[in-house]
Design a protein around this ligand. Structure first.
Ligand SMILES: Nc1ncnc2c1ncn2[C@@H]1O[C@H](COP(=O)(O)OP(=O)(O)OP(=O)(O)O)[C@@H](O)[C@H]1O
Length: 384
């Protein structure tokens, strides 16, 4: 956990809004072939009512297991799950007020779109007129009005996914859990569906918990993201917090591209440190998480590629600067990427928008200065 995670008021605090979902000390170990597999190693999180919350991380980090414990398909080995203030640990899935949407839509192929969406309502004995109104309303929200009579096989992948979504939402669950629901779609459709999903979520106001390994997807849609690694949450925050202030080396590398420059603590004071890097670079940075650093300690500075400028002359004194040699220039239409080896020891990547200049600023082999504003770099922990 990092300091970007909000401090939750105690559960008995009367002024506290009841979270839609609350995991406390949740662990899950599977038994497989005589071995214990620790899939989730201690997760604490709170998801607010109406929030679009993503669990993001690489394959095998424990995202799906976490989601399945919220749904009730898996029971935690330790810890508790609360839904809307009620302890549901041990309660079966059909008695939890949540619905789940999977990558495979699992629609009934022989039924019409209308019947697929109406299925759950009919089974619960909802009166016919109400079924008709609610299904119609929901098909409007997912933009499928007029396609009620079609079979799933007569729809595109994106439309099928929207039927699956309508089918889950028509029951008015208090939370919807989505496990990589766009994974089967091609890139263009996936991007269009990301925007659609966010719109639908805003319109219905239901809490969404979204599992994905795709950082772009999580950044686009989420109010907050929990970045998971090896069964633990590495960082929890808004997309902006996570991208702009990665708390760990893992998060810096997993979300977008990050440059890591080797540095050394020159002076340490309460809450801040002066780091020296490269030949003669010095920068004062906040030390996060109440961590104590000492003079002489090795740290890494991160700075995102789009925050760096590139020039042949030394930058102004109020900017961070490091000297380097261009090793690669890649023209990408809207931007040009430069790879630069620097005196700080790392290969630095720079993304420059091709807003005005038609020509490259530097070519391979040129000696250049890289510069950025001090507020765009952070110290993120000691390298090996
Ligand atoms: N039923 C199971 N029995 C044994 N081990 C399991 C079982 N399900 C998952 N695991 C293991 O638990 C760990 C976490 O798996 P999980 O499916 O939660 O990860 P994930 O982050 O959702 O990955 P992916 O993106 O690949 O779905 C993995 O090491 C996985 O192999």
């Amino acid at each position: 956990m990092t300091e970007t995670q909000q401090q939750a008021p105690a559960r008995d605090d009367p002024g506290r809004a009841v979270p839609a979902i609350e995991l406390t000390g949740v662990e899950k170990a599977y038994q497989a072939h005589g071995e214990t597999v620790p899939a989730v190693r201690g997760v604490d999180l709170e998801i607010a009512q109406g929030e679009f919350f993503s669990l993001l991380g690489p394959s095998g980090c424990g995202k799906t297991t976490t989601m399945r414990m919220i749904a009730g398909f898996e029971e935690p080995t330790a810890g508790t799950v609360h839904l809307h203030g009620q302890d549901v640990t041990g309660v079966p899935p059909n008695r939890r007020d949540v619905n789940m949407v999977f990558q495979s839509y699992a629609l009934f192929p022989h039924m019409s779109v209308f019947e697929n969406v109406a299925f759950g309502l009919r089974r619960r004995g909802v009166p016919k007129a109400e079924v008709s109104t609610r299904v119609g309303e929901m098909l409007g929200i997912v933009d499928l009005a007029g396609r009620e009579k079609r079979r799933p096989g007569e729809l595109s992948g994106g439309q099928q996914q929207r039927v699956a979504l309508a089918r889950a939402l028509v029951n008015r669950p208090r939370a919807l859990l989505l496990d990589e629901p766009l994974g089967a779609l091609d890139l263009k459709l996936r991007q269009a569906m990301q925007v659609e999903l966010k719109r639908i979520q805003r319109e219905v106001g239901i809490t969404f918990v979204y599992v994905t390994h795709d950082q772009g997807e999580a950044l686009t849609m989420s109010d907050r993201i929990a970045v998971m690694n090896d069964g633990l949450i590495e960082q929890l925050g808004t997309p902006r917090e996570i991208y702009e202030h990665p708390a760990t080396r893992f998060v810096a590398g997993f979300i977008g591209t990050s440059n890591l420059l080797g540095g050394e603590v020159a002076e340490a004071a309460a809450g801040t440190a002066v780091i020296s890097y490269g030949a003669d670079g010095r920068i004062e940075v906040p030390v996060r998480g109440g961590r104590k650093v000492a003079a002489g300690e090795r740290l890494e500075l991160t700075v995102r590629p789009e925050k760096i400028g590139i020039a042949l002359e030394r930058p102004a004194d109020d900017l961070c600067g490091v000297r380097g040699t261009v090793t690669e220039v890649v023209y990408l239409g809207t931007s040009t990427n430069y790879n630069v080896t620097t005196s700080a020891g790392a290969d630095v990547v720079v993304f420059l928008q091709n807003a005005t200049s038609a020509d490259d600023i530097a070519t391979r082999g040129d000696s250049v200065w890289l510069s950025w504003e001090p507020r765009h770099s952070y110290a993120i922990g000691a390298p090996q």
